[in-house]
Write a protein of this length. Structure first.
Length: 422
């Protein structure tokens, strides 16, 4: 009896073929946009102390309450597979003393994240995000630049039917007064609210704006709006973010019901959706998180950033634009016309020497006949083929068909010169 096949876990997927190629193309594009704007690459570990997310994302959020993959390491410490990238980047900022560098420090990542969600199209348990975080400046230009860069990425990847919704949550101080007003409104209509929203009136009343429960929606339609209760400074900050987005010709809608699923946001929040995605319409979003670094034990540091889902960009994007560059052409294919150990070793050595010299080189690894090897070289579109034999080595120019004997240790030189002559 044979053993049953093992499949990838539910909500996860393998990346291969065209998928791998479009991801590479997307990564190249993201890198050029972000590094061109002064963002540096950062990668953090795939798992962190659970405490980082409990404190950084917030105990009352869906992510922390029900979506984390948490496990114990060998020593009984609680670890969690990262569900998002902002808290880890802030941890790294503090850990590496990045506040001593010129501010803002701008960092970007492209990594996989883990959330225990109901798997469906566009929603996975391991998924990828490209993200950008700018730490150390509260200048509204940071907000506007950050949003503009994501708008550019989505435009360049051909994501269609894009909507950008924008709002401000104010600073923590201005929000606390508003929170009480909202809580009073919710309590006054408690009977019409969903169980979930009712249970979060104390902890996270703002999330009520996210509910799709009919009763809750009616209550929220008449709820006071945070945007109308911003402090003078917060309102001025938001005004400038808007003016700068206008200057950059980024189209947006103000949506005073926009709240984000994470506790740490302050001031600017935004979300990009694409109608072409159907139910899971969120492509990316983010905002300002001026208290987060301090909450993680660092110095008071403002921050602003976003994350966008790679799978959703690829789903909503223009496939033709995602077509990656073809793999580099094979400059030298080494064929052997004898399967003896010495000839194989000479051929293998030649491939290695060619690669060291900067050429792209390949040889057949399947023990095929000479005819089969030459067919392989043709299929690869190899520019030169060296045929290594017991007696001699021959170099063939595949473009002209010219062929001449050459010492094995002179092949690389001849190929380099031959290319130069073209
Ligand atoms: P949603 O409302 O779809 O649950 P979210 O608010 O939880 O999204 P964020 O935490 O803001 O999402 O993450 C940013 C982006 O990451 C989303 O806009 C989406 O493109 C992508 N994303 C989030 N969760 C998943 C998932 N489980 N599978 C695939 N992509 C995801
Ligand atoms: Mg979610």
């Amino acid at each position: 009896m044979s053993d049953s096949k093992i499949k990838a876990p539910r909500g996860t997927f393998d990346v291969l073929g065209d998928q791998a190629a479009s991801r590479t193309a997307l990564e190249v594009r993201a890198r050029s946009i972000l590094e061109g704007a002064g963002y540096e690459r950062i990668e953090t570990p795939a798992f962190e102390a659970t405490e980082l997310f409990a404190r950084g994302v917030g105990e009352s959020t869906d992510i922390v309450k029900k979506e984390m993959f948490t496990f114990e390491d060998g020593a009984g410490r609680s670890m969690t597979l990262r569900p998002e990238g902002t808290a880890p980047v802030c941890r790294a900022y503090v850990e590496h003393g990045m506040h001593k560098r010129r501010q803002p420090v701008k960092l970007w990542y492209l990594s996989s994240f883990f959330r225990h969600e109901r798997a469906q199209a566009g929603r996975y348990r391991e998924f990828w995000q490209v993200g950008a975080e700018a730490l150390g400046s509260e200048d509204p230009a940071v907000d506007a630049e950050s949003i503009t860069l994501l708008a550019t990425l989505l435009a360049e990847t051909g994501v269609t039917d894009v909507r950008l919704r924008l709002s401000s949550l104010g600073s923590v101080e201005s929000r606390s007064e508003y929170r009480e007003r909202l809580q009073a409104h919710l309590r006054a209509h408690e009977d019409s609210l969903s169980e979930d929203v009712r249970s979060r009136i104390e902890l996270n009343p703002l999330r009520a704006f996210d509910s799709d429960h009919p009763g809750t929606r009616t209550v929220m339609a008449s709820a006071p709006r945070l945007l109308e209760h911003l402090s003078t400074e917060d309102a001025a900050h938001f005004e400038q973010v808007r003016a700068l987005l206008d200057a950059a010709k980024v189209t947006y809608e103000i949506d005073s019901t926009l709240v984000r699923g994470l506790d740490y946001y302050t001031r600017t929040v935004f979300e990009f959706t694409s109608a072409s995605l159907g139910a899971q319409s969120g492509v990316g979003g983010g905002g300002r998180y001026d208290g987060l670094v301090e909450r993680l034990g660092g110095p008071a540091t403002p921050g602003m950033g976003w994350a966008a889902g790679i799978e959703r960009i690829l789903l909503a994007g223009d496939r033709s634009q995602a077509t990656p560059a073809a793999p580099p052409p094979v400059e030298l294919f080494v064929a052997i016309d004898d399967q003896g150990h010495d000839v194989r070793a000479a051929g293998f050595g030649l491939v290695s020497e060619a690669r060291t010299a900067g050429l792209t080189a390949q040889m057949d690894l399947g023990g095929r006949s000479l005819k089969g090897q030459l067919g392989h070289a043709n299929a690869l579109g190899a520019r030169f083929v060296a045929i290594v034999g017991v007696e001699q080595t021959t170099l063939r120019d595949m473009q002209t068909g010219d062929q001449q004997p050459v010492a094995t240790d002179a092949v690389v030189h001849a190929v380099l010169r031959g290319q130069h002559d073209l």
